[in-house]
Ligand binder design. Structure first.
Ligand code: AMP
Ligand code: MG
Length: 489
């Protein structure tokens, strides 16, 4: 019996799309965690995945039946600078499976060894970034944000050198595909229009089937990809998520979040927040994320020009028209997200001002972003129960704003219970806070994975009320604040 029900498609693209690459075996693999529910959804027996046989596959020590392992090629703009050739430098795509939802999913081993695209890199990942990706990508999924998933993680029994020796890890990453804006840029820059056309056909069939029947499928795909990115980044903004490395090779055509290197959630609300130690100019600060998505989509439009029309001027005009729609499309998604978070079920012209005033107050008073919205949720309900007020209360300066907010609610014909319930579904109690992730990682480096497991467990239901003594809901104390995250390469 095939342990993974592989059904591979990308590997049938022409040879120049990838290099065949087996994962490199490791010395002494040990299981950290299997995502049981995700395994089931992908038609993989979770108990088998947890067994020695499963660990052999996740560690790259055994290639499962039906796999056709490859490393894919791409290019990209990194911090705005063009890099004509990148590729999976430490990731091997084992193959694809069709999930129980009918979607096709890639299964990739990240940290699986060197490939032709490794350049100077060792093809490996330290344990810390593997755990960070596991925790944060699964938390994102639980928050309802499109994302790559974590199927399983192992330690390798080998050290990797990053300023010092660290234990190595491998994460099995699942994505609707790993095709990036940078993948299209690669073929466009090579002037390989045939390859570009084949790639777009593949993307349409896989992610935008509705575009196939339109009069200009490539243009329709571009429009849909743009809406998906707008919706994705609006969701990041709603969660206080800072990606940290929005290079065009880290933006997936499927509209899922990928690459959890230097990412972090904001504690105190400050639009200028930057965590990544390598982002010295704040290019990827929280407030710049929508603008950068727009910039990345301009790169996508540029790459698509040869396919949009035989006449270059016409093609450029078509791309520009779609691209110019981004700000409005984003704003629509953003405002609708904010309305949900503030508990409005209808749209009103003054909502933007009301929302902005709230965010300005949060910034001025250095309030915790997540807890402020959750506290609003509690105030909207009519129960006296509160799990956040043990560690969060609005400062007195909020009183006039809270009156305006309550007055806005009274214009809607909705019970307090209903409003409380809908707000509870969009305003989480717990997010993967950086200082707690750091604690989980540092205990794991000492051999203790209990905090990692606890965190993973709790973050799978981020909207549930929790007890007052729950440390993971609390913002960091002054000495716990993490100011910088490091790209875990
Ligand atoms: P990232 O910053 O993770 O998006 O990676 C940028 C590029 O560097 C990608 O092409 C990666 O495959 C490659 N890369 C990152 N880390 C390593 C590594 N340890 N070994 C080889 N290649 C790597
Ligand atoms: Mg990357």
């Amino acid at each position: 019996m095939m342990q993974f029900p592989f059904n591979n498609s990308f590997v049938r693209m022409p040879d120049r799309f990838f290099s065949r690459q087996l994962p490199t075996p490791v010395r002494k693999p040990a299981l950290i965690k299997v995502n049981q529910q995700l395994a089931r959804q992908l038609g993989i027996d979770p108990d088998w995945l947890e067994s020695d046989g499963g660990v052999k596959v996740i560690s790259g020590n055994q290639v499962p039946e039906g796999a056709d392992p490859i490393a894919t090629v791409y290019a990209g703009h990194q911090f705005g600078s063009w890099n004509p050739q990148l590729g999976d430098g430490r990731a091997v795509l084992l193959g694809e499976v069709i999930g129980s939802d009918g979607n096709r999913y890639d299964i990739q081993l990240k940290g699986g060894g060197q490939t032709p695209y490794s350049r100077m890199g060792d093809g490996r990942a330290p344990l810390g970034p593997v755990l960070r990706e596991y925790i944060v990508s699964e938390a994102m999924a639980a928050l309802g944000i499109p994302t790559t998933r974590a199927l399983a993680a192992v330690t390798t029994g080998e050290d990797v050198y990053r300023e010092k020796y660290l234990p190595g890890g491998i994460i099995a990453r699942v994505a609707k595909s790993h095709i990036r804006i940078g993948t299209l840029q690669y073929f466009a820059a090579q002037n390989d229009i045939e390859g570009l056309g084949l790639l777009v056909e593949h993307i349409i069939a896989r992610h935008y089937p509705e575009a196939a029947g339109s009069s200009n499928p490539v243009l329709t795909m571009y429009e849909s990809a743009l809406s998906k990115q707008a919706s994705l980044v609006a969701k990041w903004q709603m969660a206080g998520f800072i990606h940290g490395v929005m290079n065009t090779d880290n933006m997936l055509m499927s509209g899922e979040t990928i690459d959890y290197g230097p990412c972090a959630f904001m504690d105190t609300y400050d639009p200028d927040t930057v965590f990544s130690s390598i982002d010295q100019n704040g290019r990827y600060a929280y407030c710049n994320q929508p603008g950068i998505a727009h910039w990345n989509l301009a790169c996508l439009g540029q790459a698509l020009i040869p396919l949009l029309d035989d006449n270059r001027d016409i093609a450029t005009g078509l791309a520009k028209e779609v691209l110019d729609g981004f700000p409005e499309c984003f704003f629509h998604e953003y405002m609708s997200g904010l309305r949900n978070k503030l508990g409005f079920s209808t749209a009103c012209n003054d909502d933007e001002t009301l929302a902005k005033d709230f965010l300005n107050l949060l910034a001025k008073n250095q309030c915790d972003f997540t807890l402020a919205f959750r506290r609003l949720t509690e105030l909207a309900g009519d129960t006296s129960h509160s799990c956040t007020n043990a560690y969060f209360e609005f400062p007195p300066e909020f009183a006039p704003w809270l009156d305006r907010w309550a007055a806005r609610h009274s214009t809607e014909d909705i019970s307090r219970t209903e409003r409380h319930s809908s707000m509870s579904k969009v305003n989480p109690v717990i997010i993967p806070r950086n200082h707690i992730i750091e604690q989980a990682i540092s205990s794991a480096y000492d051999g203790d994975f209990s905090l990692f497991h606890q965190l993973s467990d709790k973050l799978s239901s981020p909207f549930n009320d929790i007890g007052e003594n729950e440390k993971i809901a609390r913002p960091p104390s002054l000495d716990q604040i993490v100011h910088k995250t490091f790209c875990g390469t």
